[in-house]
Design a protein around this ligand. Structure first.
Ligand SMILES: [Zn+2]
Length: 524
């Protein structure tokens, strides 16, 4: 009570000095998680703290501004837009880990409690918030909350009421629901994949927030969900067929009353009712126009479906074709075991075929500490006979019996001097081993690289450093979908995306869906 009196006096004296009007105070926060509900590995607070690939994990308070200001992400866009449009930002907490499985209930609640507590203390003489900007991935699933992003907004609305402007920015891989559209003042998603417009969308959100708090616009929005699964293999918005839809959404925003038009592709690894692409259009107080434009974009997307038929070979077929190829090396993308997407790194579907079909001159990497230890025990030149891979979970194939000879033991360290995906330079696989697998000849060796931990295949030096010459081999297997291309394209005669199983399988037929809407095109 006493504190409030003092503050009131301070406010009076400021008023007496005719201070310039204060900028609207806008809270900024974000819990950003892309949840693969098929991944049995739960996401914990430690995963949030670890962040993504060495970038800061959980940012709090002013650190959000200092760490993000010079980045090209959505928070940087919030900052730039706020500065341009005359908003004062009140940073709370922003957290985002790698893609893994469901967020544990305690992790979600811990982060939510902190977000809410920080939002409720905007500081600066007991000021009240004028608006809230949230960065949420749009496909977070937590234990107890299948649609965790909506739960975040629900709790914010409960604490701050129905009238405060709440603007949310989602990733392109958002599974947007009617529920979250109803609770937000405006919902904006990235338009581009790869996500080059993350910052632009943040800036757009801040500018829109400034217009809303000043009463210049009155947003109303409509969501239309075309009934299909838009396969992730076709998510490139810079190429056909998706580019036309993305261009149309950008063109729609040129209409004077259309504030935002988004067409996110959705995220097929979340078994939730909202799974799938969306068209969301925000207009200035014209619900019919919002609906009409969203209908148009959704129909356009649905009209592309015949161009989205998945035609990639299963492992058996891929190995057969590669064995009779004319130019080598053929590079396989092991899409089901995409380590960057959170898979185990010990998937054996392709290994099983390489060994079973007696392919020659292949290279594959498997994360298997037990097998590494076996190789170290045998020593260089020693005999190796063990079950390898498929040990982490039941989604990545069965262990495969590998017989051969230990060719190399190394400390697993290597350097990548060139720019590759993510830009890493110093790498450490941990003590690793190469097995020359039974059936190898002096010219055509079958080489299995065993590592103690999962290593994202972003660099050919992963192989070169252990004595493997990639360009001399016939088949190279990279555990990823798109990211390894930068490393492998320079040596590949051909790159083949293989329809392998695993938590990152691109073919939805590998999964049993229970909660998605029925009869979605592209699921089977
Ligand atoms: Zn994304």
């Amino acid at each position: 009570m006493q504190r409030r009196l003092v503050l009131a006096t301070a406010a009076l004296s400021l008023a007496g000095m005719a201070q310039p009007a204060r900028k609207p105070l806008i809270a900024v926060g974000g819990i950003v998680h892309e949840t693969n509900t098929f991944n049995p590995k739960k996401t914990t607070l430690a995963d949030f703290e670890a962040g993504i690939g060495g970038a800061a994990g959980i940012l709090r308070g002013q650190a959000i501004i200092t760490e993000s200001r010079n980045a090209n992400n959505t928070i940087a866009g919030f900052i730039a837009g706020a500065e341009a449009a005359g908003l004062e930002l009140y940073p709370t907490i922003v957290a985002g880990p790698q893609t893994i499985g469901e967020v544990t209930a305690s992790t979600f609640n811990t982060l939510m409690t902190e977000l809410m507590e920080r939002m409720q203390q905007p500081g600066g003489a007991g000021r009240k918030l004028d608006g809230i900007l949230l960065f949420l991935h749009g496909t977070m699933v937590a234990e107890g909350h299948r649609h965790a992003d909506a739960e975040v907004v629900r709790r914010v609305r409960k604490a701050f009421g129905d009238t405060i402007p709440v603007i949310v920015v989602h990733d392109f891989h958002a599974n947007v629901s009617e529920e979250i559209v109803k609770m937000t003042t405006a919902l904006i998603t990235y338009k581009e994949c790869p996500h080059l417009d993350a910052r632009d969308r943040g800036e757009q959100a801040s500018r829109l927030m400034a217009d809303v708090v000043a009463g210049r616009v009155k947003p109303t929005q409509a969501l239309v969900k075309p009934p299909l699964l838009y396969n992730i293999l076709f998510h490139n918005t810079f190429a056909a067929p998706m580019k036309a839809v993305t261009d149309a959404s950008k063109a729609a925003e040129k209409q004077p009353k259309v504030l935002v038009a988004s067409v996110p592709g959705g995220y097929q690894y979340a078994d939730i009712p909202a799974m799938g692409p969306s068209a969301i259009v925000v207009t200035d107080n014209d619900p019919a126009l919002a609906r009409r434009e969203a209908d148009k974009l959704a129909a356009m997307l649905y009209g592309l479906r015949e161009q989205l038929v998945l035609k990639i070979p299963a492992p058996a077929e891929a190995v057969r074709a590669a064995m009779s190829a004319e130019k080598f090396p053929v590079v396989f993308m092991d899409t089901g075991d995409n380590i960057g997407g959170g898979s185990s790194g010990d998937g054996t579907f392709i290994l099983e075929q390489l060994v079973g079909q007696k392919a020659m001159g292949w290279v594959m990497t498997i994360a298997d500490i037990e097998a590494v230890n076996g190789a170290y025990k045998a020593g260089v030149g020693g005999e190796f006979d063990m079950l390898v891979g498929g040990k982490t979970d039941k989604l990545h194939g069965a262990p495969v019996r590998i017989r051969g000879r230990v060719k190399t033991l190394t400390d697993g360290k290597f350097v990548e001097p060139q720019v590759r995906h993510g830009g890493g330079r110093y790498w450490d696989m941990g003590n690793s081993a190469v097995i020359e697998v039974e059936g190898s000849t002096r010219d055509l060796q079958n080489l299995l690289l065993l590592t103690p931990k999962r290593v994202i295949p972003f660099s050919l030096h992963q192989l070169i450093s252990v004595g493997i010459y990639p360009e001399r081999q016939r088949i190279l297997v990279a555990k990823g979908t798109v990211a390894p291309r930068a490393a492998y394209e320079p040596v590949a005669a051909k790159i083949v995306e293989v329809d392998s199983g695993g938590v990152t399988a691109v073919n939805p037929a590998h999964f049993t869906f229970k909660q998605i809407r029925r009869d979605l095109w592209g699921v089977k």
